[in-house]
Design a protein around this ligand. Structure first.
Ligand SMILES: [Zn+2]
Length: 204
């Protein structure tokens, strides 16, 4: 599939993340997934006799290996930065465990890369079928719904993904963020009311 199609299915996965993880974490997860969405296709710039297109980079093993490396690369600087902030009194204590950051990043990168593989499996594949179980098996699934460059499919996937993501954001804003803001406003008004009442009693 082309760029538009991959971004579309990634936004679909992002919509699920927003609904499951909340608006802030969901947006961070979607941003990371969008960055990784097209990494497997960078194999097109590697000589064919070294790595073939839709070969090893379109496998579960590659997804897990890249997720492991990426999460480990992010978790250590995060831990170091957090420790630095505590030592210099920028924050009083560690905010997030580095192991939580590692698990989050590894999970999100894995989902992004598997989404890419599944999206490519929708196509006919031609001589470039994905091999998700490489190197254990040369199984090459291809649902054959369209060709990778099918403009209508690519645009349809992008539109569906963008719509689902926007709907998920609106859903979270309406059912989670808005009630929280209303609750905060009500609490602030009632505290201000009590304070005014107390002050008037003091004057009397
Ligand atoms: Zn691909």
């Amino acid at each position: 599939m082309h760029r538009e199609g991959h971004y579309g299915t990634t936004l679909l996965a992002g919509a699920i993340c927003v609904l499951g993880l909340g608006i802030a974490t969901g947006i961070i997860a979607t941003t990371v997934m969008m960055i990784y969405a097209r990494v497997p296709d960078q194999d097109q710039y590697i000589p064919e006799n070294i790595i073939s297109h839709r070969g090893p980079t379109h496998s579960v093993l590659f997804a897990l290996a890249l997720a492991f490396i990426s999460a480990s690369t992010v978790a250590y600087p995060f831990h170091f930065g957090q420790q630095f902030a505590v030592e210099h009194n920028l924050i009083s204590t560690a905010v997030i465990l580095p192991s939580t950051v590692w698990a989050f990043f590894a999970g999100i990168v894995t989902i992004s890369l598997l989404t890419h593989i599944i999206t490519d499996a929708l196509t006919k594949g031609g001589g470039f079928r994905i091999k998700p179980l490489w190197p254990l098996s040369s199984w090459a699934p291809a649902l054959g719904l369209c060709t990778a460059d099918d403009e209508r499919w690519n645009i349809a996937l992008l539109t569906s993904g963008a719509t689902a993501f926007t709907a998920a954001l609106l859903h979270e804003l309406y059912y989670s963020v808005l009630p929280a803001l209303v609750g905060l406003w009500t609490a602030t008004v009632s505290i201000a009311g009590f304070t005014t009442q107390d002050m008037s009693q003091v004057k009397l």
